[in-house]
Every structure is written in C-alpha cells, then in structure tokens.
Design a protein around this ligand. Structure first.
Ligand code: NAI
Length: 264
C-alpha cells in the first residue's frame, strides 16, 4: 500500500545491480511512494543491462558513474538536477566491493593494492558522493543521505575481511560529513546497518551462508529482508525523520544488540 511518503521528492539511487539488490528494492518502493529519481551504477555493472528494466519500471533514466571518480560524480549530480527539474531531496549510497573478498584472499594475506581499492569503492566513495553533491549545490534543505553499513564496522567479524575496515571508514565519514552538511544545509546523513541479505555483494563473503543462518537464528524475528530495508530507507528519506542525523541505524532485528548481550 502506497502512502505518498515521497511525493514530489527527487533523488539519486546508487547500486541497483539486479532484482536482489537492496537499491533495486528501494527504487521500486521510492517509485511507489511518489518519488522521482535517477538510477546510477558503475559503467561495468551497467553492461549487464538489467538496470534498464528497473529504469523502465520506475519511469526514469540511468546515468553511469563510477563512485570512485570525482569527475563522474560531478557530472551525475549536475545532470540529475537538470533531468529531474530541481535540486535533490535524497541520495542512497548502496555500494560495496572488495577485490580481496572476491578473490578469496585470507585476512593474513591481503593484497594491499586491492585493500586500498576496497576502501575507495566501499568507504571513501561516500565522501566523494557527498562532496560532489555539495560542490554542485545539488541538495535541498532537509535532504537525506543514507549509506548502507554492516555490524562488522564496529565488531569483530573475521570473514568480512577488509570490508570491515571500509564500513568503519564509511560510518566515520557519515559522522564528519553529517556534521558539515547539517550546519551548512540542514542535510541529514545516516547509515543503516543491514542484516545479512542474499545479494551479489552479500553472497560473495566467504562463509556467508553460515553467518546468514546464524544471524537468522539469533535475530528473534529472523533476518530483516531487503524489502524491509527499502521501507526503512524510504522513511529515512521522508519528512518523518527530519530530526535524524549522524545516526548508525540498524535494520537487523537487534542482532547486533544480541551479539553484545551474549558477549560474542
Ligand atoms: P549488490 O551487489 O546488489 O550491490 C552492490 C552494488 O555496488 C552493485 O550494484 C555494484 O555494481 C555497486 N558498485 C560496485 N563498485 C562500484 C563502483 N565503483 N561505483 C559504483 N557502484 C559500484 O549487493 P547489496 O547487498 O544490495 O549491497 C548494497 C549495500 O548494502 C552495500 O553497501 C553492502 O555492503 C551493504 N550491505 C549488504 C549486506 C548483505 O548481506 N547483502 C549486509 C549489510 C550491508
């Protein structure tokens, strides 16, 4: 059931790769709630072509941008404001990739060039996105910027490898840029730590099935789905959450709290 929560709102959604992606579900939900937005992904991911199906369903277009390229991002924000016909009210950063995880490198044998790549793509890109938004003056007052994180940013989770460091960087950037954007533009910046979710990025982590099942067992309502994450993100984009900024929010049915209470 739609409630027009985002009626008249404009935005950019990063990271819809296929129908399992959290960004994909968010795009469908945001469209249902009345938003207009641009979809974007790295040029290499666009070659799959799937995102065009989503663009059609959401009556929008795709503007390619590698989230590590400042030039791509400046172009993305400038063109999005032009295409959508006004400044933006929301941005979703739903981006993650680690070459070390992809190539199954053990944590004691990391390739450091790849490590820096992981940090750039999955962490520093959040800064680049917000810097491009600021430099192009693309955000409306009370706009909302959300990035997706994982509990491994804050707790020991060996299988998450260098992605744990990338998520720690991401959450730290949310604190610093959130402060800056709140003061200059009243723009809100938050991260949402999501339950393990069966997507391309999620399933690429070694032992994913084991920690998916473990989290499923420990979270008393089961793992939170990508659909529920999308709903949460839409609420974070809406006027109901104007007073939220620089929060690490959780969409994991208190799994992270249960870990603590069990001294895991
Ligand atoms: P996904 O694989 O569907 O999405 C990851 C996206 O990042 C893809 O669309 C990919 O093309 C994009 N990407 C990679 N490199 C990029 C670059 N250089 N520039 C622009 N985009 C790039 O997987 P999912 O799970 O939907 O991931 C979304 C976010 O959720 C990520 O930040 C991930 O770390 C986070 N997350 C996922 C969890 C899971 O278990 N799936 C749990 C907690 C957080």
């Amino acid at each position: 059931m739609a409630n027009n929560l985002l009626k008249g709102k404009r935005g950019i959604i990063f990271g819809a790769l296929d129908e399992n992606s959290i960004a994909w579900k968010t795009a469908l939900k945001a469209h249902e709630e009345g938003a207009s937005f641009i979809l974007t992904n790295a040029p290499i991911a666009l070659r799959m072509g799937k995102i065009n199906e989503l663009a059609k369903a959401c009556n929008t277009e795709v503007i390619p941008a590698d989230a590590t390229s400042e030039e791509d991002l400046l172009n993305l924000f400038t063109r999005s404001v032009e295409v959508l016909g006004g400044k933006l009210d929301f941005v979703l950063h739903s981006i993650g990739m680690s070459p070390n995880v992809r190539k199954d490198k053990s944590y004691g044998d990391l390739n450091y060039d790849w490590f820096l790549k992981t940090l750039d793509i999955s962490g520093v890109s959040f800064h680049k996105v917000m810097q491009a938004a600021e430099k192009t003056d693309a955000m409306n007052e009370w706009g909302s910027i959300v990035a997706l994180s994982y509990i491994a940013a804050q707790r020991s989770f060996p299988d998450y490898s260098d992605m744990a460091q990338a998520k720690a960087v991401l959450e730290s950037i949310a604190r610093s840029y959130g402060y800056r954007f709140a003061k200059t533009k009243k723009v809100r910046v938050n991260t949402i730590s999501q339950s393990p979710t069966k997507t391309t990025a999620g399933s690429g982590i070694s032992g994913f099935d084991v920690f998916y099942d473990y989290a499923q067992m420990m979270s008393f309502l089961g793992n939170a789905s990508a659909e529920y994450c999308a709903k949460y993100i839409v609420v974070m984009f809406s006027v109901f959450t104007h007073m939220y900024t620089i929060h690490y929010l959780f969409n994991d049915i208190a799994y992270s709290t249960i870990i603590l209470s069990n001294n895991f």
